[in-house]
Design a protein around this ligand. Structure first.
Ligand SMILES: *[C@@H]1O[C@H](CO)[C@@H](O)[C@H](O)[C@H]1NC(C)=O
Ligand SMILES: *[C@@H]1O[C@H](CO)[C@@H](O)[C@H](O)[C@H]1NC(C)=O
Ligand SMILES: *[C@@H]1O[C@H](CO)[C@@H](O)[C@H](O)[C@H]1NC(C)=O
Length: 376
């Protein structure tokens, strides 16, 4: 099932590098054969623009002028061997995927940037036309492909993603993997609340190995909220640390802020997380740690999570929970959650007192905390 309407601005390790360059190159994709507002395939022209840009020294701009461009192919923009110091990719305004989901079924990502150092992607709508795939999945009648992620960044550095919109993705909207210094701002992500689970139902999902992540000013809902995890699926896993989520609002979401790990052996680790100044409007689980994730109780020997969770602060989190348990800490039997801090929490259920649930969780409270904590 689901969803996602988000405006987000994630700042992953601040700073945009400004390159001082001698040359400046400008490529208009229409001059290279792209056809706005037609059913003809513009993917070759986009590829050609990237190739020329990659071979140009200095800073370059690829401009996709006003109109809708049909892109019935998965595009891979690789920065390997590029001469350019910086690429600006300006979209005005829509790239459209084919509604026949079988066309892209063998790709993982529709538009992929990899091994790129120095990229600004601005403006533009990525319309993945996912509705037919959702219908296929919902009908349960035929074998449907998994779907493609709309926009991906892999093994890249110094990336700015600015003011784009992702519409109706088949799977994840935007994936950022193995990248450093990524700044995402003014992004809108939108798909029907009735779409089946697209696996992209978390407004933001924070995976293993994420560090120095700053998230602020997100409006999230419906959907699954902001999640660290699922973690601990594998035995060896990179740590998650120094994550801040602040001044954000969750509206009718399944979770507010969640940390989730599999009930499986793992050396995974989460520490130094701050959730601050958050408004929950009828979130089902406004504050939740769930270390017992194991769908269908399959492949989880002992059903105990090896992931260690410590130093997580919840500060100034308020408004309403749509269930009576507003704060839930269900930690690992093997590694108790340590150093959990609750500061100035005020969450109610139907204007009445809500409650807390704790399992294997140690922590402390500061200021006025409602519901009362249950650290043990
Ligand atoms: C762009 O470059 C790639 C890699 O060299 C090549 O495979 C592809 O055919 C080129 N595409 C166009 C349209 O020039
Ligand atoms: C996009 O198109 C609109 C309408 O033609 C124009 O006003 C605007 O300046 C364009 N933006 C860019 C970045 O080219
Ligand atoms: C934690 O992350 C913030 C940015 O979100 C950064 O300013 C700070 O230096 C980081 N702290 C450590 C110890 O890495």
């Amino acid at each position: 099932m689901k969803i996602i309407i988000v405006t987000l601005s994630i700042i992953l390790v601040i700073l945009n590098l400004k390159f001082v360059t001698a040359t400046y190159n400008y490529y208009d994709v229409v001059n290279l054969g792209a056809k706005p507002n037609s059913n003809s395939d513009s993917s070759k022209a986009l590829e050609a623009a990237w190739n020329i840009t990659c071979d140009s020294t200095g800073e370059s701009t690829i401009h996709i002028p006003e109109g809708e461009y049909f892109v019935p192919k998965s595009l891979k923009f690789s920065g390997k061997g590029c001469q350019s110091s910086k690429i600006n990719f300006v979209i005005n305004r829509t790239l459209k995927a084919p509604s026949d989901f079988r066309v892209l079924q063998n790709s993982k990502t529709w538009v992929l940037f990899e091994h790129v150092n120095g990229l600004t992607l601005s403006g533009g709508v990525f319309d993945a036309a996912g509705a037919k795939l959702w219908n296929c999945k919902r009908s349960g009648k035929e074998a449907c492909p998994r779907g493609v992620e709309s926009l991906g960044f892999v093994n890249s550095q110094n990336i700015e993603i600015n003011g784009i919109t992702s519409l109706d993705s088949q799977l994840y909207h935007i994936g950022i993997d193995d990248c450093q210094n990524v700044n995402v701002k003014g992004v809108t992500i939108s798909a029907s609340g009735h779409s089946p689970n697209t696996d992209g139902d978390d407004c933001i999902s924070i995976g293993p190995g994420t560090k120095i992540l700053w998230i602020q000013d997100i409006t999230c809902g419906p959907g699954h909220g902001i999640s660290i995890g699922s973690l601990g699926k594998t035995l060896h896993e990179a740590k998650v640390h120094n994550v801040t989520v602040q001044t954000s609002t969750f509206i009718n979401t399944e979770n507010g802020v969640r940390i989730k790990s599999w009930g499986r052996p793992s050396d995974g680790f989460v520490s130094d997380v701050v959730f601050q100044h958050l408004t929950m409007e009828n979130a089902q689980n406004p504050i939740i740690i769930d270390q017992n994730y194991c769908p269908n109780h399959k492949d989880c020997p002992g059903e105990v999570s090896g992931v260690r969770i410590s130093d997580v602060t919840y500060d100034d989190i308020h408004e309403s929970s749509s269930t009576s348990i507003a704060v839930k800490f269900d930690c690992s039997r093997k590694h108790r959650c340590l150093g959990i801090k609750l500061k100035n929490i005020k969450l109610t259920h139907e204007n009445k007192q809500a409650s807390s649930f704790c399992n294997n969780c140690e922590g402390s409270t500061f200021g006025n905390v409602q519901p009362k904590s249950c650290f043990n």
